[in-house]
Design a protein around this ligand. Structure first.
Ligand SMILES: [Zn+2]
Ligand SMILES: [Zn+2]
Length: 165
């Protein structure tokens, strides 16, 4: 979706509401396609005293196996966008200003990159996830297994194996 914002730039106190959704189900994230549901976008562009602002709420659901135990897990994330729109490049580069010389904003492209930047580096079914036993593969959230080394860090376990031999 491309918004032509000439009218907003030309008229003080004008505004434009944005309600939109974006399909990002084809985004491959480490072998998964975690953005199965459409991205929800709502907000507005408005002109206050000749300053044009873009405010957006971008909501997305991230569905992927838990990093520790592998159970399918979905969490909702929100990206809050609060930027200024300018038609000419400012003297200083700024993260808060989007430059659109032709007064057109490609919402899809913008939202796409905002979501990609926001994708979680850690994805757990719950913060206290105990993970799986690296020896027998049991999901330790469902109960303990009988392996003696269950509480040992895998790297330490390797070392202990070496010491044993
Ligand atoms: Zn987990
Ligand atoms: Zn075990």
């Amino acid at each position: 979706m491309i918004l032509d914002l000439k009218r907003i730039f030309a008229n003080e106190n004008s505004s434009l509401d944005i309600e939109h959704s974006l399909d990002m189900s084809d985004v491959d994230f480490m072998g998964n396609y975690p953005l199965k549901k459409p991205i929800k976008i709502s907000g507005s562009v408005f002109n206050r005293a000749s300053v044009v602002s873009l405010n957006l709420n971008i909501e997305y659901a991230f569905a992927s196996p838990c990093d520790r135990c592998g159970v399918d897990t979905e969490h909702n994330h929100t990206v809050i966008v609060d930027k200024l729109l300018a038609t000419a490049i400012e003297r200083q580069e700024s993260d808060t200003i989007i430059t659109i010389p032709d007064m057109k904003l490609d919402v899809d492209e913008f939202v796409y990159s905002e979501v990609i930047l926001d994708l979680p580096s850690k994805h757990l079914c719950k913060d206290s996830c105990k993970g799986i036993c690296f020896k027998c593969g049991k999901n330790l959230n469902e109960g303990e297994c009988n392996c003696e080394t269950r509480e040992v860090d895998p790297r330490l376990a390797k070392l202990m194996e070496l010491l044993d031999n």
